[in-house]
Design a protein. Structure first.
Length: 256
């Protein structure tokens, strides 16, 4: 009886949603070993489901740690590991971009436990901390842009640090063994409108970022709060160190 209860409890634990669809436009499916279902605004997202965004469709997901991701037309994306505020377990998120592209704002996991936050692609592993990053796969090449913070893009042929305060904010990796090619101009492959959220979705740029150093205030004046992006029923943490991503291939290491 005790073994049966434990197995039942583990089944419920595994079935907890990891996020919700905030908006969709067009045909968007969630596929898993148990079948497939059509996603609409408000649909729960579960672990190891592959989110399939049809051509000319868009989707936006907000995770329970407050992270937000926009999935562009023709994208396939799956979350393989997700642990957030679980008893006796470190926060962790590992997902995979199989094709297409995304624009992401990291949530609490990427800030409080950045060493365990990653997004894998066919050509790279993307580690994020307090960052807005867009990425897109086109004919085997990976294009990456940083809109907030910095990213270190590296593979066996070289590396490039891009982002705020650096010489460039965009990089192209022609392939896993080709050196990164930085540019100060936004590539056509990362045209901004591609990453817009569906109608009714949240604006990533409007979400509060990591707090900047506060200016001196008059004695007795109230200090305004600077929260992180809102979680689903949670208040994200704001700590964390720079991330060193794991996994093979090129890596994109985010930081503020």
């Amino acid at each position: 009886m005790r073994v049966f209860f434990l197995l039942f409890a583990l089944t419920l634990f595994a079935a907890d949603p990891i996020g919700k669809v905030t908006a969709v436009d067009g045909n968007v499916l969630a596929k898993s070993s148990s079948g497939e279902r059509t996603l609409t605004a408000g649909s729960d997202i579960f672990l190891k489901e592959t989110i399939v965004v049809a051509v000319n469709a868009l989707a936006q997901i907000q995770f329970t740690d407050g992270g937000i991701i926009n999935l562009i037309s023709g994208t396939e994306y799956r979350v393989n590991t997700y642990k957030y505020q679980k008893t006796f377990q470190k926060d962790q998120s590992s997902s995979e971009l199989l094709k297409g592209g995304f624009r992401v704002l990291t949530g609490s996991i990427g800030k409080s436990n950045p060493n365990n936050y990653e997004i894998k692609t066919p050509s790279a592993t993307i580690g994020l901390r307090g960052t807005i990053v867009e990425a897109r796969m086109v004919d085997g090449a990976l294009f990456v842009g940083v809109d907030a913070g910095k990213a270190l893009v590296s593979n066996s042929a070289g590396s490039a640090l891009i982002g705020v305060g650096e010489k460039a904010s965009f990089v192209k990796i022609p392939g896993p063994s080709a050196p990164p090619e930085v540019t100060v101009q936004r590539p056509l492959e990362l045209e901004r409108n591609l990453f817009n959220p569906p109608v009714g979705g949240l604006s990533i740029d409007a979400q509060p970022q990591a707090a900047a150093p506060a200016e001196a205030a008059p004695k007795g004046a109230a200090q305004p709060a600077a929260p992180e992006s809102p979680a689903i029923g949670e208040t994200p943490d704001q700590g964390g160190d720079l991330l060193t991503p794991t996994g093979g291939g090129a890596s994109i290491q985010g930081g503020c």
